[in-house]
Design a protein. Structure first.
Length: 159
């Protein structure tokens, strides 16, 4: 606790009496904080955190911890927004397109727009890649009516 007060004084470039005044205490109370004879109240540590935040975020967090809270819980900082999802490298996406092209015995350029449309539609209706894969697999085909399976086999033979 004494370290936070002493470090805060240096970070803020304040004398004991100046820091005490900013925290609503007397000069003598400020001296007691520095020597460890007493400690600031929780609301004073939060005020200290506010003063420190623009100067030293880590020290501000320690001051908030002395008050039994965090900078975020005290409303002094907002939570970090979640990181955007990673973008698939083009080479990985090209591998997916090439796999579709090989399965259809077509050049990749001929199936790219169809693959894109299929993924876009799946996303629109809330399907994950795993759900689509399962539905398109042999297991998924086994669950379809016989007439529909026959039609798909005929289309596959034509392709």
């Amino acid at each position: 606790m004494t370290d936070v007060i002493t470090e805060a004084r240096f970070a803020l470039r304040l004398y004991q009496n100046e820091l005490a005044a900013k925290l609503g205490a007397s000069r003598r109370t400020g001296q007691r904080w520095t020597t460890g004879e007493s400690r600031p109240a929780a609301h004073q540590f939060l005020e200290l955190a506010k003063l420190l935040l623009p100067v030293d975020r880590g020290l501000a967090a320690r001051a908030a911890a002395e008050a039994g809270t965090t900078l975020q819980a005290a409303g002094l900082v907002h939570p970090e927004p979640p990181a955007p999802p990673p973008v698939a490298p083009r080479g990985v996406v090209d591998a997916v397109v090439c796999a579709a092209a090989e399965a259809m015995n077509l050049p990749p350029g001929a199936v790219r727009s169809a693959v894109l449309a299929a993924f876009a539609r799946a996303r629109e209706i809330g399907l994950s890649v795993e759900m689509v894969e399962s539905a398109l697999s042999e297991k998924g085909l086994a669950e379809q009516p016989a007439a529909e399976k026959k039609q798909q086999r005929q289309l596959a033979k034509k392709g």
